[in-house]
Design a protein around this ligand. Structure first.
Ligand code: ATR
Length: 287
């Protein structure tokens, strides 16, 4: 796709963003689908964050993604927030439209997209979430919209899990989010077990968030990590008979949700999968 006077720019801001796959994914899609957009990544220091946002606005960017460490801090530079991102308290996608900056969070949307691909509905289900950080929060907000039976939060720092559970119960007027400690884990038989922590991510590929855990073969096991393709956690789950999914489904799902917000264009997961496979961006995209 040639860059011309009509090319619309989409940004990615964060610090550091050296490892991000997003520019490669977005530009491959825009190129192959003849969409006249370009996706550019910018390392922005904390002191320049607001100036960078104003600059993107002034340069008629149609929007941008926000990554670590600015997903929360960006909010004060925006005009409005979409409901879920307000509850989550973090934004990873900004749309610039009619001189307004609108914040969204597509992480939870991307995760739900992945569950749909597994034909898994959270409704009435027992769910265990490992971790209580930003990713856990985004995922829990979207899970709670589907009326699960229970969401158990197991976090290294118990009090952080407790605080997240309290806040979610309050926001959703329910009492089904429960912080748990490691010693009760073996008494639970979850329908789905989700790792939202960074434990097991490259280069620490021999680590797992659960040591010596007996997975129940009927539990669906999801890891939001995609590097390595199969974490130790997922490998052990698969070897014990569980259906598993890695973080590529969420990564791609959130990118497609962002593209729809900016451009109005719906790209299917399959279409995206084929393009990334043809361009040899990911070797194995099976989920
Ligand atoms: P993100 O936005 O990716 O969720 P985060 O907000 O920094 O990142 O949250 C990281 C999560 O991974 C937290 O739940 C963290 O546990 P703590 O609340 O105890 O810090 C968890 N985590 C990170 N490293 C961990 C480790 N080595 N063992 C267990 N949990 C870990």
């Amino acid at each position: 796709m040639a860059i011309d006077i009509d090319t619309k720019i989409i940004g990615l801001i964060g610090y550091p963003i050296g490892h991000s796959m997003s520019p490669t994914i977005h530009n491959a899609l825009y190129n192959r689908l003849d969409m006249n957009y370009i996706y550019m990544a910018f390392n922005i220091s904390k002191d320049n964050l607001h100036r960078a946002v104003e600059g993107m606005h002034a340069l008629s960017f149609i929007g941008f993604n926000v990554t670590v460490p600015y997903k929360e801090r960006i909010i004060k530079s925006l005009d409005t927030l979409e409901k879920e991102s307000e509850i989550i308290g973090a934004v990873n996608t900004v749309k610039i439209e009619d001189n307004k900056l609108i914040g969204y969070n597509t992480d939870g949307m991307g995760f739900m997209n992945g569950l749909a691909r597994l034909n898994f509905s959270p409704s009435g289900k027992d769910i265990i979430v490992l971790g209580a950080g930003g990713s856990a929060r985004a995922i829990c907000v979207y899970l709670l919209k589907e009326n699960p039976k229970n969401i158990y939060i197991l976090n290294r720092t118990f009090d952080r899990g407790l605080a997240l559970a309290d806040e979610l119960n309050k926001t959703f007027h329910c009492n089904i989010v429960r912080p748990i400690k490691m010693n009760v884990l073996d008494n639970l038989k979850p329908d789905i077990l989700i790792n939202t922590t960074s434990v097991g991510m490259y280069p620490h590929i021999n680590d797992s968030p659960l040591e010596k855990y007996d997975f129940h073969p009927n539990t669906v096991v999801v890891d939001i990590i995609y590097n390595p393709h199969e974490t130790r956690f997922l490998k052990e789950a698969r070897e014990q008979g569980c259906r598993t999914q890695n973080g590529l489904a969420m990564l791609i799902g959130q990118a497609l949700a962002s593209i729809e917000i900016w451009t109005g264009q719906k790209i299917s997961y399959e279409q995206c999968q084929n393009i990334l496979r043809d361009d040899k961006i990911f070797i194995d995209l099976s989920i």
